[in-house]
Ligand binder design. Structure first.
Ligand SMILES: Cc1cc2nc3c(=O)[nH]c(=O)nc-3n(C[C@H](O)[C@H](O)[C@H](O)COP(=O)(O)OP(=O)(O)OC[C@H]3O[C@@H](n4cnc5c(N)ncnc54)[C@H](O)[C@@H]3O)c2cc1C
Length: 275
């Protein structure tokens, strides 16, 4: 197992066996029991034209200890018409693997409300080419959502003088949660398709893509041009792989940031399915 800084993926339990677990050297909240949730969708909203907020609410979510920041789950997508045992448990799902394996995709818990037992997920709608994106663009109240987790969550370094948070819209749920969790100053850059995709998040510098997602260099260009504060930062980055490679190289090579403080996470790869 290599310590690959480009895949600092916190969803290390790999319940669907999609990819081998990745190590993480970041501070993370304690691992909770990994379980499978099979819940009806209770609300679907378009936050922006290409971002669907999907909410599930159920008493069983009372035991999901929301740890905030980038805590995530693995969405399970079964082929249409698959007959699933009721209740569907993680063991039950694993028992089915010889017949049917779900497609898995990772999504961040945007909000967990322990009072109402609600969880929100924000899905970037990037077209029907992606099964998760296609599912999120059609899902309706009452449809079932299946997910496994949760992962531990990144715990920001309380000793950092400031934080650099950057990524594309897939990273926005985590960036918003991290901004709400830290006290030290934050410099945040988020790449989106255009002004219509901006959200009401004071403190974020919005960058509008000048090329298709995954091909734009606006993120690294903006960070390159930025006058960053003095002191020791902690850096949290996530998005398309090549953007992560470029930003990391710039921060290490041009800015001389300490390697251990710059650990991007690849959230997706241009031209490749799954994560
Ligand atoms: C820890 C973690 C947390 C994540 N949290 C979120 C989240 O909260 N919200 C969210 O929307 N995503 C999130 N992602 C990213 C999401 O899992 C990927 O974008 C995933 O590939 C989408 O699956 P899909 O089935 O729609 O597309 P795939 O089948 O994986 O890909 C199909 C094609 O679409 C392209 N593609 C994939 N994602 C995008 C995109 N965002 N924009 C444009 N093209 C794309 C691929 O390059 C490929 O060519 C997270 C990823 C990780 C690892």
């Amino acid at each position: 197992m290599t310590d690959n800084p480009m895949t600092d993926n916190p969803m290390t339990d790999n319940p669907a066996g999609a990819r081998p677990p990745e190590p993480s050297t970041r501070r993370r909240s304690r691992r909770q029991e990994t379980r499978l949730w099979h819940l009806p969708v209770t609300r679907v909203e378009r936050v922006t034209p290409n971002l669907a907020r999907i909410t599930v609410r159920d008493e069983s979510l009372a035991v999901l200890a929301g740890a905030g920041t980038d805590q995530n789950v693995m969405l399970y997508l079964y082929p249409e018409g698959t007959e699933l045992p009721e209740p569907l448990t993680l063991d039950g799902a694993r028992g089915l693997w010889s017949q049917v394996r779900p497609l898995t995709r990772t999504y961040t818990i945007r909000r967990h409300d322990p009072e109402t037992n609600e969880v929100d997920f924000d899905f970037v709608l990037h077209g029907d080419i992606g099964p998760a994106s296609a599912w999120a663009s059609r899902v309706a109240v009452g449809d079932m959502m299946i997910f496994v987790g949760p992962s531990p969550a990144y715990q920001p370094d309380p000793d950092a003088d400031w934080y650099l948070l950057a990524g594309d819209e897939t990273a926005l749920p985590a960036i918003a949660n991290i901004m709400a969790a830290v006290r030290a100053p934050v410099v945040a850059f988020v790449e989106v398709a255009g002004p219509e995709e901006e959200q009401d998040l004071p403190g974020v510098t919005w960058l509008h893509r000048d090329a298709p997602a995954g091909e734009s260099t606006v993120l690294v260009d903006a960070i390159r041009a930025a006058e960053l504060p003095p002191g020791t930062p902690e850096v949290w980055l996530a998005g398309e792989r090549s953007a992560m490679v470029d930003v990391r190289a710039h921060l290490l090579e041009d800015r001389g940031f300490p390697r251990k403080q710059v650990r991007p996470t690849t959230y997706w790869r241009l031209g490749e399915s799954g994560n």
